[in-house]
Ligand binder design. Structure first.
Ligand code: AMP
Length: 391
């Protein structure tokens, strides 16, 4: 597959699809990690004398109000600070001003186009990969580089649409993400342990089916653990239950009985704002919900993790947003910090939890794409990358 290194970028109009889908509150960016993750590719293109045109989405745009909320202008300011260079910003996704600004770009100048999803307001043109829109955006450049890992599991006009037309390659961030996941999925150093958590079993079915034959152990925590426990006849009180998938859990536990490890204790409460009561797993009361794994489960999981050479983690093992139920997730972070293994964290909630809890440096890689990394673990192909591979 071609990467940005395979192109002569000098004086070329290079469209880079980045993932600037950052959280913004009252016009202020609260976490600029995704902007920072795109800098290597952007700086490389500028150093090589490209005329850089950046495209990104930000949130969803369904109403005129969403346009105000999801305006990329603050990102252009932050990017400009980070690269120490003027970033031109065009407050539209097509039109004369945009075309003229691009035609007047000089070598090593950089421009950010307004949120690609403004095009969704009138018939989902971006998210529906409208061919005319892809063609129009492709007409603005000479080369296309996809570096938005977080959207590569979607076929949108700003990735698949443009890549179907222009000479295309991937940027350094997508290259790094693929290298990390492929290394683990193709030839993991063993023992290979997977930690799965998060709310729903339904969201993780594909991952469990694909990864169970590959992994040595699967440690299950979080809301999803309670459906597994219930399938074994354990009373889970008011804990999260994914009734439809009870049979799936039962079947998986039979098929992989030596691989799947379930919690042996639980931290419970009558409400998610409440304080926790820890008990053995068969002592959850009818009016309680299980909101975290207990201390004994952390210790049990440690016996598997401390010998592991590869660990993939997707989904927090408790309702970590309330510190009362974050102890299990923190406990696992502390174990991972100590072990010498390849440690890969899926994006989304687990990624932000680990960064916010201060364990970023303890991990080998924290993915920038929640949905995309989940689909890789499910063994699926990502359309935003396949389109470039096929060229
Ligand atoms: P997911 O997006 O599926 O990875 O789920 C992440 C969410 O699962 C987080 O918001 C957690 O608060 C939530 N979660 C984790 N454990 C539990 C639990 N035991 N009960 C309810 N929610 C949970």
């Amino acid at each position: 597959m071609k990467t940005i290194r395979d192109f002569d970028l000098k004086n070329k109009k290079v469209i880079i699809r980045v993932d600037f889908n950052v959280p913004i509150k009252d016009g202020k960016i609260t976490d600029d990690n995704r902007i920072r993750e795109s800098l290597e590719t952007i700086n490389y293109a500028l150093d090589k004398g490209a005329k850089v045109i950046l495209l990104s989405h930000l949130g969803r745009v369904k109403t005129e109000e969403d346009k105000i909320k999801n305006n990329l202008y603050p990102v252009s300011i932050r990017l400009s600070e980070l690269i120490n260079k003027e970033v031109k910003f065009i407050n539209e996704t097509r039109g004369k001003e945009l075309e003229e600004t691009i035609n007047n770009l000089k070598t090593s100048e950089i421009l950010l186009i307004q949120n690609t999803r403004y095009e969704d307001l009138d018939g989902k043109k971006e998210s529906g990969n409208d061919p005319e829109l892809g063609k129009y955006w492709a007409s603005l450049g000479d080369i296309f580089i996809n570096d938005a890992f977080g959207t590569s599991h979607r076929a949108h006009a700003s990735n698949v649409g443009i890549a179907s037309i222009l000479p295309s390659g991937i940027g350094f961030l997508i290259e790094k993400e693929l290298k990390m996941f492929n290394q683990v999925l193709e030839n993991p150093k063993r023992p290979f342990t997977v930690i799965l958590g998060g709310a729903k079993v339904a969201d993780k079915i594909g991952v469990i089916e694909n990864i169970a034959p590959l992994a040595d152990y699967i440690l299950i925590g979080g809301g999803m653990a309670y459906t597994f426990l219930k399938s074994q006849g354990i009373n889970i009180g008011k804990s999260l239950l994914d009734e439809e998938n009870l049979d799936f859990c039962k079947t998986m536990l039979e098929k992989y009985k030596d691989k799947i490890i379930l919690p042996i204790d639980s931290v419970n409460s009558e409400s998610i704002e409440g304080t926790g009561r820890t008990c053995f797993i068969n002592e959850i009361k009818d009016n309680e919900m299980g909101l975290d794994i207990g201390y004994n489960t952390v210790k049990l999981f440690k016996t598997y993790l401390e010998n592991s050479k590869t660990v993939i983690w997707n989904g927090p093992v408790g309702l970590f947003e309330n510190p009362e139920f974050a102890k299990g997730t923190i406990g696992l972070c502390e174990i991972l910090k100590e072990i010498d293994a390849v440690k890969i964290i899926g994006g989304g909630d687990t990624g932000s939890a680990i960064i916010n809890l201060g364990f970023k440096d303890a991990m080998t890689h924290i993915s920038t794409g929640g949905g995309a990394s989940l689909e890789l673990l499910e063994g699926k192909k990502l359309p935003g990358i396949e389109v470039i591979k096929d060229k």
